[in-house]
Design a protein. Structure first.
Length: 278
């Protein structure tokens, strides 16, 4: 008698599909979910996916780095990963809700509830200073970290790097690991109303009105750092004229543009790693 082997199928919570904006133009409305509960889950799913994408890109550096998203109901609180958990293992149920004083008001379902103090010191002040910022992303990725040692802003060398023309800042006052909120406030002040900041001798940080925009901008900024390091090693790169860089930024550097750019990554990681929805 031949026994048939029935393959096991794993089931995971359903993902909330993305409704793309109507276009790239600045000011294009960003779709929101019908209830605060649905919006919360929508943001948490993309936050977990953002961590998985950081792991795939090699942005995991001994647990350093963090992505946060503001809660849609309790806007003085944000969701973040538990400290010391590898980015490739983070699931929706592992995310923790942290209030403005650093208390974990909702721990993850199974992960040990440990808060990265640097994550709180930096991100709490960013969210406080910028009500328009829904998400922020920071890590110690290789090329962003290398570029940060030069203490310079990036030049508009390519279409992709022009996205950050006049839209990124430099924080030059590195004084060790950021464990105090006053240091986070200085970073927020340096960022101003821009969408990215180079932290000298530290790394890079990006923000957005969605998780999608913040994560995509981080990937893009890391790439821009890589490109300029390569270009300067090869010779004397030529920047595009300021007016062209400014036009390019207005065309593809928008919040809705960040959602469109994030979407292919989302499609792949959610298909290949559906356990992130657990």
């Amino acid at each position: 008698m031949t026994l048939l082997t029935i393959p096991r199928t794993e089931t995971h919570p359903a993902k909330l599909e993305t409704v793309l904006p109507a276009g790239y133009a600045r000011g294009t409305p960003i779709p929101v979910r019908q209830s605060v509960e649905e919006e919360r889950l929508f943001r948490k799913q993309r936050l977990a996916a953002g961590y998985r994408l950081f792991a795939r890109a090699g942005f995991e550096m001994g647990g350093a780095g963090h992505i946060t998203v503001r809660d849609p109901e309790y806007t003085d609180r944000f969701w973040v990963n538990p400290a010391s958990m590898h980015f490739s293992r983070i699931r929706v149920s592992d995310l923790m809700l942290v209030d403005e004083t650093g208390d974990i008001v909702e721990p993850g379902a199974s992960a040990r509830p440990r808060l990265n103090r640097a994550a709180f010191a930096i991100h709490s002040e960013l969210h406080k200073a910028r009500p328009d910022v829904v998400a922020a992303a920071h890590s110690h990725s290789l090329y962003g970290k290398a570029w940060s040692t030069l203490g310079r802003l990036l030049d508009p060398l390519s279409q992709d790097s022009a996205v950050f023309f006049e839209q990124h800042a430099l924080f030059a006052d590195f004084s060790g690991v950021v464990l105090d909120s006053s240091e986070g406030a200085k970073i927020a002040d340096a960022l101003g109303m821009k969408k990215a900041v180079i932290l000298q001798n530290h790394g890079i940080l990006t923000v957005g009105a969605t998780v999608e925009a913040a994560v995509w901008r981080y990937i893009s900024l890391e790439n821009a750092c890589h490109v300029q390091l390569l270009a300067e090693a090869a010779g004397s790169p030529k920047s595009m004229p300021a007016e062209i860089a400014r036009l390019t930024e207005s065309q593809i550097g928008t919040e809705s543009g960040g959602i469109f750019s994030f979407q292919p990554y989302w499609d792949v990681v959610t298909e290949e790693e559906p356990d992130l929805f657990d």
